[in-house]
Design a protein around this ligand. Structure first.
Ligand code: SAH
Ligand code: SF4
Length: 394
């Protein structure tokens, strides 16, 4: 999908390059595509169908990574499979643990690009924050990921691979519905998931498959900065909970902090939310709102937010995110009292507006802090981009 011009200082995402190992990685392929891959290697159709079913179960239910361990497949065939295919995982470069129990992994693709994944444990659940791209083309001004130069879409295998790696780390194989630490998934890591629609959809389908990773779509949330043309498809073809990074209620402010707003404005975005398939009072749309001091945090802003939610009759809840700082950031977080007041105004209007507790700040794992060190921009480049944006605004 083309990414809009001026607001887009980095090129469109690159395609994944082939890794050194020519064997096909089966992770990320649907059952049908595994069957096709087996057919292409010369298996009989009936055999291919049966084996695809077994391999699928082994990969996604048992968590097997070696064909050798797939005991329901005849031994000679296991060796045959191992010559042609692999069951991969993203490579772990570094794993860190926060004092609050949050864990962050720096991961590497087969072609050498780094990206991050975060696990946030809570008393009653555990949430995995999954990346959809290496970097992000959108450059929201308060977001660290948006300052990364290199952007490539993650493949479906690399996306579902994050969930599988987390299951490995938590010792949660085989897949079982009850008592899992990894109970929820949020597509809120690096990248804009709706700019990598097909791969995100294919990955989440595997995650949601009852015979695959078996997570209910009600426990999965996709966060978008507002890629309006893709929102209806997201509802229809993926059907997970929707979170929208609203962050501002006036055109001037949203244009500045979420530059995609110049392409798809607030009204258009809220109309798309109102039309989002499956949203209702039991499954509300979450509006994410980062609290930036003197930028978007006034009483008037809070009242305008309430007015907009009412105007479009949105089944909504608001998630207030204290701004998480990062080196070189241009903003400050609103004071605690301001955040509380903002939250109260929305609550008083009958709309839930909790303040998200920052997690994993000490290891730069909190919202908007993700960025792989290898792919940093210099301060001079950041200034140049900021100037370009000002020029675009003028
Ligand atoms: N690209 C998607 C999902 C990833 S970001 C999106 O923008 O929605 C997940 C959330 O963290 C978004 O709401 C994002 O706006 C927010 N965020 C980004 N940088 C932040 C920061 N420095 N502090 C707090 N929240 C931030
Ligand atoms: Fe990209 Fe989301 Fe960060 Fe904006 S907030 S730059 S869309 S990752």
């Amino acid at each position: 999908m083309p990414i809009p011009g001026l607001i887009d200082p980095v090129p469109v995402p690159r395609a994944a390059a082939a890794g050194a190992d020519a064997r096909v990685d089966l992770v990320g392929l649907s059952k049908d595509r595994i069957r096709e891959a087996l057919l292409a290697e010369g298996l009989e159709p009936k055999q291919a169908k049966l084996r695809a079913k077994q391999i699928w179960h082994q990969i996604y239910n048992r968590g097997a990574t070696r064909f050798e361990a797939m005991s329901d497949i005849a031994k000679p065939q296991r060796a045959w499979l191992a010559e042609r295919f692999v069951v991969g995982r993203p490579e772990t470069v570094v794993e860190q643990a926060s004092t609050d129990g949050t864990r962050k992994w720096l991961l590497r693709t087969r072609d050498g690009h780094d990206f991050e994944m975060v696990f946030i444990p809570d008393a009653d659940r555990g949430t995995l924050c999954v990346s959809s791209q290496v970097g992000c083309t959108l450059n929201c001004r308060f977001c660290h990921t948006g300052t990364m130069r290199l952007v490539r879409n993650l493949t479906a295998g690399e996306i579902v691979g994050q969930v599988m790696l987390a299951r490995d780390a938590l010792g949660e194989w085989p897949s079982q519905p009850e008592g899992r630490m990894l109970s929820n998934i949020v597509m809120m890591g690096m990248g804009e998931p709706l700019y990598n629609f097909d791969n995100v959809r294919d990955a989440l389908k595997i995650v949601m498959d009852g015979d695959g990773l078996g997570l209910s779509r009600r426990r999965i949330t996709l966060s978008t900065s507002g890629v309006v043309p893709m929102m209806a498809r997201a509802g229809e073809e993926i059907g997970v909970n929707l979170a929208v990074s609203l962050h501002a209620v006036t055109k001037a402010v949203r244009d500045e902090i979420v530059p995609l707003n110049r392409k798809y404005g607030i009204e258009e975005l809220l109309e798309a939310c109102a039309a989002y398939p499956g949203a209702n009072n039991a499954r509300r749309i979450t509006f994410e709102y980062v609290m930036l001091k003197d930028m978007n945090d006034s009483d008037d802003d809070a009242r305008e937010l309430v007015r907009l939610i009412r105007k479009y009759r949105l089944p909504a809840k608001v998630n207030l995110i204290p701004f998480n700082p990062w080196p070189g950031a241009l903003y400050e977080c609103s004071d605690e009292a301001r955040v509380q007041r903002f939250s109260d105004i929305i609550f008083e209007a009958g709309i839930s507006a909790p303040v998200r507790r920052p997690r994993g700040r000490d290891i730069m794992a909190a919202c908007g802090q993700l960025k792989s060190a290898a792919e940093k921009k210099s301060r001079a480049e950041l200034d140049r981009i900021a100037e370009e944006k000002q020029a675009a605004l003028a």
